[in-house]
Design a protein around this ligand. Structure first.
Ligand code: MN
Length: 131
């Protein structure tokens, strides 16, 4: 069981992710935009972050870059979630520092599978500026 921070601006998507993670036995924290999400990650040091990519204001890629450039949060695995999966998305999301990504809509099994895999594999901190 892990403490998982979900950063997601869409209430329905947030509710779904919370329900799936609670059902899997995880403790959850939520933030509804990038700024709040970065602050929550720094304050709470969760075991894993689910990061929506498309958010108003600071988007998920910018928030991930900030977290991965900060030695205090760089080792927290980030699972990027994107609604409009397009060619090149995976590359962009991984280049921003996400450790894995999952296109939406995802199934219950896909989300829990991705979370379990990330929690089992400590991410390699990539110190210093990211592309
Ligand atoms: Mn969004």
């Amino acid at each position: 069981m892990a403490r998982i921070l979900i950063i997601e601006d869409n209430p329905a998507n947030l509710k779904l992710a919370l329900a799936i993670l609670h059902y899997a036995g995880h403790e959850t924290l939520a933030a509804i935009d990038g700024e709040e999400g970065v602050a929550a990650a720094r304050r709470e040091r969760p075991d894993l972050i689910l990061m929506d990519v498309q958010m108003p204001g600071m988007n998920g890629l910018e928030a991930t870059r900030l977290l991965k450039q900060d030695t205090a949060t760089a080792a927290i695995p980030v699972l990027g979630l994107t609604a409009f999966a397009m060619k090149g998305d995976a590359e962009r999301i991984l280049a921003a520092g996400c450790d894995a990504y999952l296109p939406k809509p995802y199934s219950h099994a896909q989300l829990t599978g991705a979370v379990t895999a990330l929690l089992a594999t400590p991410c390699q901190p990539r110190w210093g500026p990211l592309p």
